[in-house]
Design a binder for this molecule. Structure first.
Ligand code: 13P
Length: 234
């Protein structure tokens, strides 16, 4: 069983989500499928497909105009929330500390955070990939996870670029993450790979050791692109 999550980013509509839910209803899969959609779509009936948000406030409630709390996400129908996506880190200055606080808020509300880590092109070229991944994992995970977290490794230089690391690079990154989680007492935490996953490469990527699933951006928007990813593995 693999964990296959779509990240719609700022795309789609309620009608598009209804259409996706209808298309997913009849597929034959044991895999866990989650769609992380814009806030406005969280109330849509999806016939058992779990929904997630793409960000959450670190605060409980109060004077934080524009923010949405973890309890509100839960109230609206979310089970998951992506935290620390590279686009939040890049455009909103989120650090491992911010991400940890948001993940803690999500866990406290009973949501499962999908915590993203990954290196930029500059960090990769400076030979810092492994150090960035390890510090990302150690610093972005709250002390008390309640057994409810998912990690996503997303090499930031490969997102939306049609680029993917080699299988060896993905294996090295995921082995490091699995070892780091083990050393933190979090062995068995699912670790997803994300960046330019498509129907044509999904099965190969998910056959790499310690890759428990995928986090899919662009190819999760249309059933014709997303379903082949879900059905590429048992
Ligand atoms: P792409 O699949 O479009 O590269 O996006 C990956 C991603 O950022 C998923 O969170």
């Amino acid at each position: 069983m693999k964990f296959i999550a779509g990240n719609w980013k700022m795309n789609g509509s309620i009608a598009a989500l209804r259409n996706m839910a209808a298309a997913l209803r009849d597929i034959d899969t044991q895999n866990k499928v989650v769609l992380c959609v814009p806030y406005t779509m969280l109330g849509v009936e999806t016939n058992g497909v779990s929904l997630g948000a793409q960000d959450v406030s670190a605060h409980d409630h109060g004077a934080y105009t524009g923010e949405v709390s973890a309890n509100m996400l839960k109230d609206a129908g979310a089970e998951y929330v992506i935290v620390g996506h590279s686009e939040r880190r890049q455009y909103h200055g989120e650090t491992n500390d911010t991400v940890r606080a948001k993940a803690a808020a999500a866990i406290a509300a009973g949501l499962t955070p999908i915590i993203c880590v990954g290196e930029t092109m500059d960090e990769k070229q400076a030979g810092k990939t492994m150090a960035i991944i390890e510090s990302g994992v150690r610093e972005s995970i709250p002390g008390d996870t309640n057994g409810k977290i998912v990690i996503a490794y997303e090499p930031r230089w490969a997102i939306g670029a049609g680029l993917t690391p080699t299988s060896t690079e993905i294996a090295e990154a995921h082995t490091l993450i699995a070892k780091t989680l083990e050393s933190m007492g979090l062995g068995g935490t699912p670790v997803l790979y994300g960046a330019s996953v498509k129907g044509g490469n999904a099965a190969e990527i998910m056959s790499i050791p310690h890759v428990d699933g995928v986090l899919v951006g662009g190819a999760s928007l249309k059933p014709d692109d997303f379903i082949p990813i879900i059905t590429s593995v048992k």
